[in-house]
Design a protein around this ligand. Structure first.
Ligand SMILES: C[S@@+](CC[C@H](N)C(=O)[O-])C[C@H]1O[C@@H](n2cnc3c(N)ncnc32)[C@H](O)[C@@H]1O
Length: 398
């Protein structure tokens, strides 16, 4: 099978392309790209020109098969591997069958215009992603570079910043970076109303005194909307310590309640994924609300009771059973799903479930821990320790 060459092209168009890239495009038998990119490239006799199929992923394999053996060049904006079609092609064909010829990316141009180093910024793409994902990256004094989906993104981002107490954030919107008519709008998030091009990118400075949550698991209980069915802060932190989130890994949060374990698992790294399984439809909706507000709108929520609801889920790297460990078949189904290296943490507050966990530990090994949190509270004119219900935790590494 033949290779595909992906040529990056900047907003300055054909004239801004190095000679080498121009030659690659001119020599191509087939050029594939968005209409905007195809319009930038001079016509060549007998060259076939095709726009991207829609939906892209489904149509791409057929399009590539149609021109297999021909010299095919794809056009992308800037660096094709930055939130671009280069990534899709590599996923589809493998890196050895895709040659990438990058141009200067919009992010590189933004860094240059702002005088910001790469090391001092977080880069977030909202292309094809919900704006709420930005919430995870908000932190006092932090610089963010945000790739917009279109001209509606800046206003949506400004509203999100405002909602999170960051109305004072400074936003610089760059339109058509690198083009002769490039322009810049600057303002604070609160009251943002500037006009931008479809092709735009945001440089944001979060206010230094903005409210935000810390990086380690164990967010305050108030961070979550809940009806009491919430793994409380200190207990949650120990569960996550034993679940050990790692980049790209998947967690099942079984009996998810308010979804706090799944959400904190995902906050550990942008590539962490989770499925929250919750029998109550009302709680399932609450989990989605919590996930969206805390920057994890991509959390998958399955409304249904375990073990049946676990049947078709993708293989997990870790499993948390916060509710329902005592229900018939739940523990067995979770243990069966756990692959070598996988971690399981199950909590019990009833004697019946505790008995089950003790038996499971005898059979499978792992660690039993009793967590009994006492918090100081006013007692008359003095203070005293108020104990919470003890939680029995069984943790296992396969
Ligand atoms: C699918 S991403 C592609 C990024 C591209 N691969 C790059 O290297 O710049 C598209 C987003 O990148 C940003 N972008 C790309 N070119 C831009 C430009 N010339 N000016 C401003 N933003 C640009 C916009 O946020 C746009 O919605």
């Amino acid at each position: 099978m033949s290779t595909v060459t992906v040529v990056g092209i900047g907003a300055d168009g054909w004239g801004g392309l190095p000679r080498n890239s121009q030659d690659i495009v001119t020599a191509a038998e087939v050029v594939v790209g968005g209409q905007r990119h195809l319009d930038l490239v001079p016509e060549v006799p007998r060259q076939v020109r095709r726009t991207w199929p829609s939906p892209l992923r489904d149509g791409l394999a057929a399009l590539l098969a149609q021109y297999d053996g021909r010299n095919l060049v794809a056009l992308a904006s800037g660096d094709p591997l930055l939130s671009g079609v280069g990534t899709t092609l590599v996923e589809l064909l493998g890196a050895e069958r895709v040659d990438i010829v990058p141009a200067v990316s919009s992010v590189a141009l933004a860094h240059a215009r702002m005088g910001w180093s790469y090391e001092s910024t977080t880069i977030v793409s909202l292309v094809g992603r919900p704006v709420d994902r930005l919430a995870r990256h908000l932190a006092p004094g932090r610089r963010l570079i945000v790739l917009s989906a279109d001209e509606t993104t800046p206003a949506a981002v400004a509203a999100l910043l405002d909602e999170h107490g960051m109305g004072e954030a400074e936003v610089v919107a760059w339109s058509r970076l690198g083009a002769p008519d490039e322009w810049r709008e600057r303002g604070s998030a609160a009251g943002w109303s500037a006009e931008v091009a479809t092709l735009n990118l945001l440089c944001i400075t979060c206010p230094a005194d903005a409210p935000s949550y810390g990086l380690t698991p164990g967010l305050p209980d108030e961070a979550f909307e809940h009806d009491g069915q919430l793994t409380k802060r200190d207990v949650r932190a120990t569960a996550l310590a034993r679940l050990e989130p790692r980049p790209g890994q998947l967690l099942w949060d079984v009996g998810a309640g308010a979804g706090s374990i799944a959400i904190e698992w995902m906050r550990a790294h942008p590539t962490c994924e989770a499925v929250a399984v919750e029998a109550s439809p009302e709680r399932a909706q609450r989990i989605s609300r919590n996930a969206t507000r805390l920057g994890q709108p991509q959390l998958r929520v399955v409304t249904g009771a375990a073990p049946d609801a676990l049947t078709d889920l993708p293989t997990p790297d870790a499993i948390f059973i916060g509710g329902g460990a005592g229900r018939d078949g739940v523990l067995d189904a979770c243990l069966a799903a756990l692959e070598p290296g996988g971690r399981l943490v199950a909590h019990a507050v009833t004697i019946e479930t505790e008995t089950l966990l003790v038996a499971a530990q005898r059979e499978h090994g792992g660690q039993l821990t009793r967590i009994w949190i006492e918090s100081a509270e006013p007692l008359g004119s003095m203070s005293g320790w108020r104990p919470s219900r003890a939680v029995i935790q069984w943790s296992l590494q396969r």
